[in-house]
Write a protein that binds this ligand. Structure first.
Ligand SMILES: CCc1ccc([C@H](C)CC(=O)N[C@@H]2O[C@H](CO)[C@@H](O)[C@H](O)[C@H]2O)cc1
Length: 818
């Protein structure tokens, strides 16, 4: 008789049904009758996880077996992986049989998927990019390990109370997280604080001894990352800090109960919570402790793996290509030197050669205030040995600088790893650049500006290191999973190969852009998605949206450079037009916002309040009669993004040119058929070049024009003359029209716009309004709009994270990839 399929990996409907019931009973201890939705979720999750493990274990065995494997290590303080169940079932191709299996048990798969808690282990763009990259690495079959931090509390949950943001703790670990495997065996000691002293090692060489003030244990928790098709599975290894000694009996017996658990509390605090700021940088000791813990544990782990492959230390860089996701893990440069020189006795030059061939660094922001520079006293206190190593790296580096450029005595000061302005700082971007073989920006414009401005001197000194890899997003989660209606529409025409060959395949849609049948199916898919968002808005916001209206969406972190306030001013101007002339020809519009503000970022919070106050007025004004609706979707995260991106007609990418490094939301909107209204900023520039200027609503000053205006001296108020709509809107905000008569409410925001307006909101208002009108007129012609929508999707193939990863493999990591 044919061998019966292994019940742990059988993917037939029957096999899944049995496995779910089995896990429900043996993993959650519930019989079918009294199982709650959370129990069904856990049972289904374990059933799916079982079917990933084979590829996972084989992946690890492959690495272990093949001595000359080359493995990518992606070091990131954030991995915004989102809900796992739907994505993993899609990768294994078992979504439909699982849906049927559950239906036969009276359960609704969509309800179970919808209520999955998501690990909010990131702030925004940088963290989500890391997750998309992990998906692409696995799908392309590239051996890779993602190393990060297992925060006990992730990104705060955002509630909106009376229009204002309220931050609530994110208890994502309230129930066990079924997708992780705690790896008791993988633990490493991490030292903090203390002193260093010289001593003679047994082999007679002088060695630096570091006597730490504290030692904590870093424990690994592994999450499998399965590639599309389920054949390859990589590892996301997240570190949790715990006390070396969780309980000190002697102090307990002495009656000092609290100090007996002091170590435990101190240690666990290190990975307790994610810092909810995505800039400006705040030099907090705990943050440096977090960064060092995951960096040290990860490097010790890689040295352990390298050693287990029986390879000499001097070839470490041939086994691992390590990517530094911004400067947050940059202390890794000094830590690898410490491990090689202090712990393994390697000589400095060999260690430095290994180090500089191992690391590469990606910069994700141009904002000077977001560049990390650690105050020296703090750095010295937490990492005394690393400061010595940084000094030595700097001494040797500046020697080479002055030797190469005796003509520019000030160059050493500008390039130094140490900023000499009191209290002196360690420039982490300089350490990352000097210690890496490659430095890249995340979009063509950004990489140019990086070389020209922010890291100009370093780029001039190391021209060969600087390159670009434009961001991308995974078409699995951000189209196939979140937009089944459009995915089916596409697959019916060009098959399903686009899911893991996006760039090659999706362009084939171009020929159907004017095909009336295809247009009708396309519009139907979009309408389905808009109805889904309309339902969500009704249930959680009690805001009535009209699915036939133009869904105009801006979702991203709230920040002045992203200019959500420019969007609000435009809404107020539209509102005034309708009030002044209710009979006017007006394309109904739903303006949807979403995004979190860093808790300490006052103006960003004012912007959230203003959006909600404007919504309160506009949504209840009979003169508007539903033709203009405003909604702020709370707690924007990966899961809500999966509902919002497919429902958009118009994608707002309106940052001030030269400020948004790349953007990735712009890409997610684009591949879901939304047309972009935006500035020539970040990846918008490359998206517009791909879709064609006729399929992109462009407005605003360019980067060079912005710099010219700022050089010439910018007076915001000058833009009020000659723009009565703008003046009226600002005046209404100031006078309390959108704050229940409280004139003072938005004074900080209005004053900032009238007197500083650092992000040229007033300067770009007029061209933005005109551009919005153009978009509305186009939307009024469904055939023209649908053509644009189809062409946007067809021509955005390059913005798959698979293409980005192929470029990293070929241009930076030198890792084979098909
Ligand atoms: C130290 C505080 C801090 C934390 C996070 C960050 C991140 C770099 C901010 C971030 O997420 N940047 C975004 O990265 C995306 C992925 O490359 C880009 O698409 C966005 O344009 C960029 O703002 C800066 C400073």
């Amino acid at each position: 008789t044919a061998a019966s399929p292994d019940p742990r990996t059988d993917c037939s409907r029957e096999g899944l049904r049995k496995a779910v019931l089995d896990n429900l009973f043996y993993a959650t201890g519930h019989a079918q009758e009294n199982a709650a939705r959370g129990d069904w979720y856990t049972a289904v999750a374990y059933t799916v996880r079982d079917r990933m493990l084979k590829a996972w274990v084989q992946g690890i065995e492959r690495i272990a077996a093949d001595g000359d494997v080359r493995c990518v290590a992606y070091l990131s303080a954030e991995f915004l992986i989102g809900p796992q169940l739907g994505a993993n079932m899609l990768a294994l191709g078992i979504t439909e049989p699982m849906r049927e299996a559950l239906a036969s048990l009276g359960q609704d798969l969509d309800a179970i998927v919808f209520h999955e808690p998501e690990p909010g282990l990131g702030n925004g763009g940088l963290g989500r990019l890391a997750a998309c990259f992990m998906d692409s690495l696995a799908t392309l079959g590239v051996p890779a390990i993602g190393y990060g931090i297992r925060y006990e509390f992730g990104m705060f949950r955002q509630a909106i109370e009376d229009g204002a943001q309220v931050e609530l703790a994110d208890k994502w670990l309230r129930r066990p997280f079924p997708w992780e495997l705690p790896r008791g065996g993988q633990q490493y000691e991490v030292r903090l604080g203390g002193k260093t002293h010289m001593e003679t090692a047994p082999d007679g060489t002088l060695r630096v001894q570091w006597t730490p003030a504290k030692t904590v244990t870093a424990c690994a928790h592994d999450i499998p990352v399965v590639g599309h098709g389920g054949t390859h599975c990589n590892l996301l290894r997240l570190w949790r800090a715990e006390a070396v000694e969780a309980f000190d009996f002697s102090t307990f017996n002495a009656g000092e109960y609290f100090s007996s658990v002091h170590d435990k509390i101190f240690s666990e605090t290190i990975t307790k919570v994610l810092y909810p700021n995505d800039d400006p940088y705040q030099g907090k000791q705990l943050r440096l402790g977090q960064q060092y813990l995951f960096v040290s544990a990860s490097l010790q782990d890689m040295l352990h793996i390298h050693h287990s492959l029986g390879k000499p230390l001097e070839t470490f860089h041939t086994t691992f290509a390590i990517q530094l996701n911004d400067t947050h893990p940059a202390v890794a440069v000094a830590e690898l030197m410490r491990l090689l020189v202090d712990v393994h006795g390697m000589d400095w030059d060999t260690a430095w050669s290994v180090t500089t061939q191992t690391f590469a660094y990606t910069n994700h922001t141009l904002l000077p205030e977001a560049l990390e520079k650690w105050p020296l006293p703090l750095f010295a206190e937490v990492l005394p040995r690393h400061l010595e190593i940084v000094y030595e790296i700097n001494r040797r580096f500046l020697e080479s600088v002055t030797a190469a450029h005796p003509e520019d005595p000030d160059l050493a000061r500008r390039l130094s790893l140490i900023d000499e302005t009191s209290p002196r700082f360690v420039r982490m971007a300089h350490l990352a650049t000097v210690g890496s073989k490659a430095v890249n920006g995340v979009a063509a414009l950004h990489s140019e500006l990086l070389k020209r401005d922010v890291l100009g001197d370093l780029a001039a000194f190391f021209p060969e290191k600087f390159t670009n890899v434009t961001n991308g997003v995974t078409p699995r989660r951000w189209l196939a999973l979140c937009n089944p209606a459009l995915a089916a529409c596409i697959s019916n025409r060009i098959g399903t190969r686009w899911q893991d060959h996006f760039e090659e395949e999706i362009i084939r849609l171009e020929e159907f852009a004017d095909d009336p049948d295809f247009q009708a199916q396309w519009q139907a898919a979009k309408l389905t998605n808009k109805q889904r968002l309309t339902h969500l808005a009704k249930t959680i916001l009690r805001v009535e949206l009209d699915p036939a209206a133009l869904f105009d969406v801006q979702v991203k972190r709230i920040h002045e450079y992203k200019r959500q306030h420019l969007n609000v001013l435009r809404v107020i101007a539209l509102y005034n037009r309708l009030r002044r002339n209710p009979g006017m020809d007006f394309v109904p519009r739903a303006v949807i916002f979403g995004g979190k503000a860093a808790p300490a970022y006052y103006l960003a919070k004012q912007i959230i309040l203003l959006v909600n106050r404007v919504a309160e007025v506009v949504n209840t004004d009979p003169a508007v009669a539903g033709r203009l609706r405003v909604a702020f979707v709370p707690n924007f995260n990966v899961r809500s993004g999966q509902v919002i991106y497919p429902a958009a007609d118009l994608s707002q990418q309106i940052s001030l040119a030269g400020k948004e490094a790349s953007g990735t939301g712009n890409m997610k909107f684009g591949i879901n058929g939304a047309v972009t209204i935006g500035t020539l900023d970040g990846a918008n520039v490359e998206m517009r070049a791909c879709v064609g200027e006729e399929n992109f609503f462009l407005f605003g000053l360019t980067t060079d024009e912005v710099q010219a205006v700022q050089r010439a001296g910018y007076s915001p108020a000058a833009h009020l003359e000659g723009n009565p709509e703008l003046a009226e809107a600002l005046d209404q905000i100031r006078s309390g029209v959108f704050s229940r008569g409280d004139a003072g409410c938005f004074r900080p925001l209005v004053d900032n716009l009238l007197h500083r307006d650092e992000y040229l909101v007033l300067a770009d208002f007029a061209s933005y309004m005109d551009c919005q009108d153009r978009a509305a007129r186009t939307y009024a012609d469904p055939a023209a709009w649908t053509r644009m929508s189809i062409l946007n999707v067809a021509r955005l193939g390059m913005f798959s994270s698979d293409r980005s990863i192929r470029e990293y493999c070929r241009n930076i990591w030198n890792v084979p990839v098909e």
